[in-house]
Design a protein around this ligand. Structure first.
Ligand code: DAH
Length: 353
């Protein structure tokens, strides 16, 4: 009996050594410790032994069961540990590995241009200020020397909320607000959405963006304006760009000018669609702040002078990234995004349409 039990334990231990999964371990448990296993059979056979042999044999069988159970427990712990290590190895993540197909957020062309301009003008000492999009007629028109019923208002036909409240038709009302609330020297830029009652087409949109600049101090002259805008042109269009000032009219500046730059598409050669064959693209309006506007906004025009400029960001973005239709900038097509990275490549996908 003793030998049989000893042999059984040896056999079970050998079998256990070969069990390396929870499943094979369970099968061995049933085989050796189950009701139909050899130990249970031995227990059942106790009845056939003599009364003198029985207690001794019973002890051996129980001791063998305890020993076998502890061998199983030890093996089970080993198998679990190995299974865990295997699972962990399989799940290891290399958090430093780049995911090429991950869709990164990219800037809209308008944001790209705006960031660049804010960066440029902040570097020249301009402070960024904001103004409301729903604006009083007073700031949008009256204080900018465009009284009610003045024909100059026609060029900026906008949306009326109430009789004296409009959706601002340009960023220029921020000039009036700033002059009324601060003392010179004033050096600010302001950007944001503007509105006009225009049909949407390839070159118009009822909502668009402008950036405005205003500089007021003693002795500010037209040459300061030209120098500032030339620096802007070189930064946005590159060092080779030519800048042309064309006399123009705005009620809030005198004298006024429009600024044309070398066409970025044909480099001034002419005969291209972007510049309609002229070799120049028009980018902004500017001028010396009309003394009448200074006075209306509480600044002594005998002591101070200043210049101002305003430009549409859509036009800049279209020229810069070769976007032929202004509506593309408002349609929410993700192919428009990221145009600032690597030129106009990202808009290429739409161009074939
Ligand atoms: N506000 C003008 C427009 O929307 C642009 C402009 C022209 C702004 C001359 C200015 C300026 O500040 O001096 O057409």
């Amino acid at each position: 009996m003793r030998e049989r039990i000893g042999a059984l334990l040896d056999e079970a231990r050998a079998a256990l050594d070969g069990a390396d999964t929870p499943q094979s371990l369970e099968a061995l448990r049933v085989q050796y410790l189950g009701k139909k296993g050899p130990l249970s059979a031995l227990l059942r056979g106790l009845g056939q032994l003599s009364a003198a042999e029985r207690p001794e044999a019973g002890k051996w069988i129980n001791a063998a069961r305890v020993e076998m159970e502890s061998a199983f427990a030890a093996r089970e712990a080993g198998v679990k540990k190995a299974a865990r290590a295997l699972a962990l190895a399989g799940e290891t993540l290399d958090v430093t590995e780049p995911r090429e197909d991950y869709p990164l957020g990219l800037l809209h062309p308008i944001s790209t241009i705006l960031d660049e301009l804010v960066d440029l003008f902040s570097g020249m000492g301009y402070e960024v200020v904001e103004g409301p999009e729903v604006e009083y007629d007073l700031y949008n028109f009256e204080l900018l020397n465009q009284p009610r019923h003045h024909p100059a208002r026609d060029a900026q036909d906008t949306f009326y909320i109430e009789d004296n409240i409009v959706l601002r038709s340009h960023t220029s009302p921020v000039q009036a607000r700033t002059m009324l609330s601060r003392k010179p020297p004033i050096r600010i830029i302001s950007a944001g959405r503007c509105y006009r009652a225009d049909e949407a087409d390839a070159t118009h949109s009822p909502v668009f963006h402008q950036i405005e600049g205003l500089y007021i101090d003693k002795g500010v002259s037209m040459s300061d304006l030209k120098g500032t805008l030339e620096a802007f042109a070189r930064r946005v269009y590159g060092p080779e760009v030519n800048v042309r000032f064309r006399p123009s009219f705005f009620p809030f500046t005198e004298p006024s000018a429009e600024v044309d730059l070398t066409c970025p598409a044909c480099k001034g050669a002419g005969g291209c669609r972007v510049c309609k064959g002229t070799g120049w693209v028009e980018v902004l309006g500017c001028g010396m702040v009309n003394p009448k506007v200074l006075e209306l906004c509480g600044i002594d025009s005998a002591v101070y002078s200043g210049f101002a400029f305003g430009m549409g960001l859509e036009r800049l973005a279209m020229q810069r990234f070769g976007i032929p239709d202004m509506r593309w900038l408002f349609e929410g097509d993700a192919r428009m995004l990221g145009a600032g990275r690597g030129g106009s490549a990202q808009t290429e996908g739409r161009r074939g349409e």
